[in-house]
Unconditional design. Sequence first.
Length: 191
Amino acid sequence: MYVFDLDGTLVESVDAHVAAWLEALRLMGVERRYEEVKPLMGLPARDIAAALFPERAAELAALKNRLFLERYLALVRPYEDVSALERLPRPIAVVTSSSGYVARRVIEAAGLSHLVDFVLGGDEVPRGKPAPDPLYVVGQRFSVDTRDMVVVGDSEYDMRMAEEAGAYGICIARRGVCRGARRVIYSLFEL
């Protein structure tokens, strides 16, 4: 079974997410730089919010999600090679650190709904990436052992999640090679 990360793997959205975080922070009276926020991408939204503004993390995460959907969703584009998913065996799951409702809106807006059978957001599990919990949920839903999963992602967090669950981690090196990958690809067509 294939399990894909969303942001930076199937869709180009990382800069849009960073911009939404920065705007939310500014509206709450906090100034941060792109370079401070970008490395946090790939973690669950609640963890990013806690790292950026621990005193008001829940409020920050909610504001960021609202701003992302209202102002930045239109900037999200699927990568050209995402059509490779049409050739892969089903089911196909997406496990993301984004909130589940945000991820489903992204998939819908990017025209990818027909390629994905299940979406699991970072806010829909007790522990998100890099913990293995999301893969256990996917495995239970589809009666698939995590050792029979191929996880495709663009970050170290994806690879750590795969390794901890016993899955096979493949890094799609869109912005660089992920640490901990068992294999590196440069296009989804290589799958």
